[in-house]
Write a protein of this length. Structure first.
Length: 421
């Protein structure tokens, strides 16, 4: 009898949220209520399309943001694709984008034939530098995408001033910043269009899901045409401009899965309390960094209120503790039992895709081929320098009593050890 060969072990990819420091965090992202709504929706066969739960969530999102239009998508990347399409991005256009963000911020523009033009960040906030945006504008600039990175908020006054002066629309990538505000306005409702991810590790999760929101009927209707096939039967479109294309639009389907939106409905209710707990923890730690040599919190622009808190970066200044490299300090912090790390994202201009280019559509027809110049190390000295000095601390969503103080003590011990070496 032949022995069957052992099946190769395939790595299991799970990208959902778990406590970043289980000994200090009691948080459980998904509970009985999320499981219950999925069960009930499944029994109702509410499994596809713009179901009642989907539409009720979209209505709640509009009311929360105080915008006219909102539509759900199957993830944040598709939400950004629909946003780019909504503002008219196409072949030959340029999109200004921070180099410090996740690739999915800019990837949808590539598939519309547009070329990324990367920009520096403000080294105190890590948000896109408004003055560098100005420097990067050309006659080909079709849109500016700003990212409220790690839950901090961009300098929206200066950014919207650029938009008003030039007529270039602003796309807000709010994937890290659920519930963040700027001078009383919700992020995502300030620029011409906002996009959110509700992927499994986000503060508000649908498992996989996304949202697009805008006050502009043209942007909204184009976003629907791009991905809401069979939802356009006189329900989503608000004008007659594209009535002759109903109900199929352009035939693409980026619709959200109703079960995911059911989960998001429950998560939405939990978001204010989650943001409050994360805020208290982060601010408690940040307030005590002043007593630790070489460590400081990020700056928050006047009038900005963080939300989502997708990560918790702090800044290290080696010059204030005997020149110890940031990587060395991170190892010492880890030895104290704290799950610290370097940035989970690299800089986009350093990826081979953008550094060297790529013939996306073959035959030298894509935005990263032909006369594409690419990028190299040193092109973004400000961002590259601060990037090397970031330390990411665990985000605690339901901290145990005294957790923030324990985090601070571990940081102090690590820095003291570094100073003695």
């Amino acid at each position: 009898m032949k022995q069957s060969k052992e099946e190769p072990k395939i790595p299991v990819f799970i990208q959902t949220a778990f406590p970043a420091q289980p000994d200090l965090d009691n948080w459980k992202q998904i509970g009985e209520e999320e499981a219950r709504i999925v069960y009930e929706m499944t029994l109702r066969n509410e499994l596809s399309g713009g179901t009642p739960v989907v539409r009720e969530f979209e209505k709640s999102w509009r009311e929360w943001l105080k915008v006219k239009y909102a539509i759900s998508t199957f993830n944040g990347t598709s939400a950004l694709y629909c946003s780019y399409f909504g503002v008219g991005v196409g072949p030959g256009d340029e999109i200004i984008c921070p180099t410090y963000t996740w690739i999915c911020t800019i990837a949808p523009a590539l598939f519309l034939g547009a070329r990324p033009v990367f920009a520096e960040c403000d080294p105190e906030t890590l948000q896109i530098d408004a003055e560098d945006i100005r420097r990067k504008i050309t006659p080909k600039t079709r849109a500016i995408v700003v990212v409220h990175l790690w839950g901090n908020v961009c300098d929206m006054d200066r950014i919207m001033e650029i938009s008003r002066e030039t007529g270039i629309p602003i796309i807000e990538d709010c994937s890290h910043a659920h519930g963040a505000r700027y001078k009383g306005e919700m992020v995502g409702a300030i620029g011409q269009v906002g996009a959110w991810s509700m992927q499994g590790s986000k503060a508000l999760s649908a498992g996989e899901g996304g949202m697009v929101a805008t006050n502009d009927a043209e942007i909204f209707e184009r976003a629907c045409l791009a991905g809401q096939v069979n939802r356009l039967g006189g329900i989503d479109l608000s004008t007659e401009k594209y009535a002759d294309l109903q109900p199929l639009g352009l035939g693409m389907k980026f619709r959200a899965h109703p079960l995911g939106m059911g989960i998001a409905t429950v998560q939405f209710k939990k978001l204010p309390a989650l943001n409050s707990r994360r805020k208290n923890y982060v601010e408690t730690v940040e307030d005590q960094l002043k007593d630790i040599p070489g460590l400081s919190p990020l700056k928050v622009y006047p009038g900005a209120e963080r939300g989502g808190y997708y990560a918790f970066p702090i800044i290290h200044d080696p010059n204030k503790n005997k020149g110890i490299p940031t990587a060395t300090l991170i190892k010492l912090i880890q030895e104290e039992g704290l799950n610290a790390s370097a940035s989970p994202y690299g800089l986009l201009h350093g990826l081979k895709l953008f550094a060297k280019g790529f013939d996306i559509f073959t035959h030298e027809r894509g935005p990263l081929s032909g006369d594409y110049q690419g990028y190299q190390e040193g092109d973004f000295p400000v961002t590259e320098a601060i990037f090397q000095r970031l330390i990411f601390l665990p985000v605690l969503s339901d901290p145990v009593p005294g957790a923030a103080e324990k985090v601070v003590e571990m940081l102090k011990r690590a820095v003291n050890k570094a100073l003695k070496e």
